[in-house]
Design a protein around this ligand. Structure first.
Ligand code: ZN
Length: 308
């Protein structure tokens, strides 16, 4: 039985763990994300040594999911809006100093999609899209039984397709991105505008207000769902995927977000194509990224061995 390690870097936490051949999670833990890249590399070394001590079997390969635009050619993160320390940092040589097995790096949302596909709610399909909806919106695409990375590695930036051409300016520089219309901060912004409220709130607070029957809170979710549905309609018509999985923190409010989303996606896509696509909640929760990174390492190692 072979063992693989996965690391998933988020803005606040580095999640990591081990899976076996079958994709079963053997161990997981997390550590606070260090503020500097030097400390991050030091933490990866410590955690790696820790994993090796913990697991009596040999860990065969490791995978890393990092936030940001990952270049396949340069093997670097070009731009990471949530962890700028990664920008243009020479990842491979730095990680290779500590990790003494083959390892692979990719974008965190791609890794989460790969995890859901191999071990979660996407198991068994040959095409699917995962959207993780939280502070931002990340995406990953599986097409023809493969992770679709795009020609340079930048594919599946689903959060930055334009769903509202006259909408708010996004952190990415574009205007009216799906992320500016349907992420957690977008739901909060929409509610505040409707309720003329200045008090600090989270999307979770607004969910509770909606649950208590507050009309404006429900309306904030329908507005976000409207734009999310437009985005899903585009994905459905463009890719004809078997499944679209929705994950991320905002899905705890799915009760109010999902019905308007699905309704709008239905209105915005071909009837036959919509009928082929199942829109569901993702299955692995916060573990999708680390399970996906570890599975990605396993997949790449298997492919590399086949070539030998
Ligand atoms: Zn954007």
């Amino acid at each position: 039985m072979a063992v693989f390690a996965g690391f998933d870097l988020g803005g606040t936490q580095l999640k990591y763990g081990l899976i076996d051949d079958a994709g079963t999670l053997l161990f997981k833990d997390k550590a606070p994300t260090p503020p500097t890249i030097r400390e991050l590399m030091g933490l990866i070394e410590t955690l790696w040594q820790d994993l090796k001590r913990r697991e009596s079997r040999k860990i065969r390969a490791a995978g890393f999911g990092f936030p940001g635009i990952y270049s396949l050619r340069e093997k670097k993160i070009f731009q990471s809006p949530n962890y700028a320390e990664l920008d243009n940092f020479d990842l491979y040589p730095a990680i290779a100093e500590y990790i003494d097995v083959p390892f692979w790096v990719d974008n965190d949302a791609n890794m989460a999609a790969f995890g859901e596909w191999k071990c979660g709610a996407g198991r068994g399909v040959s095409s699917m899209v995962l959207l993780t909806i939280g502070t931002g919106i990340g995406g990953g695409i599986i097409l023809g039984g493969k992770l679709w990375q795009g020609s340079c590695g930048y594919a599946a930036e689903v959060g930055h397709i334009i769903v509202n051409p006259d909408g708010e300016r996004c952190k990415c520089g574009l205007q009216g991105c799906l992320e500016t219309e349907a992420s957690a901060p977008a739901i909060v912004r929409k509610y505040r505008a409707l309720a003329k409220s200045e008090i600090p709130l989270t999307s979770e607070d607004i969910y509770h207000r909606a649950k208590n029957g507050e009309e404006k809170a429900r309306h904030a979710f329908s507005e976000a769902g409207y734009y999310l549905g437009i985005g899903l309609g585009m994905l459905i018509n463009l890719l004809n995927p078997e499944k679209i999985l929705l994950g991320g923190g905002v899905m705890t409010t799915g009760e109010f977000l999902l019905p308007p989303t699905i309704e709008e996606a239905r209105r915005r896509s071909y009837k036959a194509t919509f009928a082929c696509c199942s829109i569901e909640r993702a299955g692995l929760g916060n573990d999708a990224g680390l399970i996906g990174s570890a599975s990605w390492a396993k997949e790449n190692l298997t492919d590399a061995n086949k070539m030998d």
